[in-house]
Design a protein around this ligand. Structure first.
Ligand code: GLU
Length: 302
């Protein structure tokens, strides 16, 4: 399979130092392999979408000479493809309706005295898994079955930077949402359908998304879609030690000095060096990147 990579920003605001690292990493990997580099706008979560942010992001990328090789699709236009994937999953009995709210799920675990980390989500406790009767009012969400205590689903995968990974999907997150109760498509389904539709061979993105990868692999397995290689790159942290985001003060990158932006992102990725122009810097960074992250065979076998 020839190389195709992608950067998949959510248009919730302009790029900042953290999202720039993910953009640059995916671009460098694609260029180091003489592959295609695609951008897609992940705007399924429409309440969080900021009008104009998609164009702003594309403008910031262009200012840094990161230019997509094809037209940029938006997930908001891809509902039919997600619906077809959902029908396929329904057809194999892999889904069920659920009327549980986040609060009810939290109350279930708290009632059992379970603790969780600040950034962790509660796993789904299986409440609606075998329920057949719903009245018209609680239309609810649609979830994907993810194993049981007796037969848990454990996903193993290889990350090009983090190495061998394993996650017990059943106990880590349990049956996860595909279609939200507000009618919006869930990120997990949209990303899997789109990566396959765009022929993505390599997913390069921030390390905060590594925990999502097993959910995406499980969906690929059920839908009969190919598994891309994965590379999760270091995050930029805010002053509070959390991933840099608007919430902890991330500033939009200032594209008046693209070389400086590239150097800062490249330093986080271990590929910075002195250069006179952004084009020179990028050319040298591609060579450094190729040495740092050699491409393994499919699924990470050396
Ligand atoms: N849209 C996601 C984000 O902006 C990235 C998803 C991905 O790269 O798989 O965090």
């Amino acid at each position: 399979m020839s190389y195709s990579g992608r950067f998949a920003p959510s248009p919730t605001g302009p790029l900042h130092a953290g999202s720039m690292v993910a953009a640059l990493a995916s671009w460098l990997d694609a260029r180091a392999r003489c592959g295609r580099w695609l951008v897609r706008i992940e705007d399924v979560d429409s309440p969080r979408r900021i009008v104009g942010a998609d164009q702003l992001i594309l403008g910031q990328l262009a200012a840094c000479q990161l230019l997509p090789d094809e037209l940029v699709p938006a997930q908001s236009q891809r509902g039919d493809a997600y619906a077809a994937a959902l029908r396929q999953l329904e057809g194999i009995g892999a889904t069920f309706r659920c009327s549980c709210s986040r609060r009810q799920i939290a109350a279930h675990w708290k009632g059992l005295g379970r603790q969780r980390g600040r950034t962790e989500e509660w796993p789904y406790p299986g409440t609606c898994r075998n329920r057949s009767a719903f009245d018209g009012r609680d239309a609810g969400s649609i979830r994907l079955r993810c194993g049981t205590d007796e037969s848990a689903i454990v996903i193993e995968w290889q990350d090009r930077r983090l190495g061998e990974q394993q996650q017990d999907l059943t106990h880590f997150c349990g049956d996860f949402v595909l279609l939200r109760n507000d009618g919006l498509w869930a990120y997990q389904l949209a990303v899997v359908v789109d990566d396959a539709a765009q022929g993505i061979s390599d997913v390069v993105r921030g390390e905060d998304l590594a925990d999502n990868t097993p959910r995406q692999i499980h969906l690929q397995n059920l839908l009969g879609l190919p598994r891309p290689r994965y590379l999760h790159v270091p995050l930029v942290l805010g002053a509070d030690g959390e991933k840099l985001s608007k919430q902890n003060g991330a500033q939009a990158i200032d594209t008046r000095d693209p070389l400086q932006i590239l150097r800062a992102a490249g330093a986080r990725l271990g590929v910075d060096g002195a250069a006179a122009t952004p084009a020179d810097w990028l050319a040298a960074a591609v060579r450094r990147w190729a040495a740092l992250y050699p491409l393994p065979n499919r699924h990470g076998a050396p």
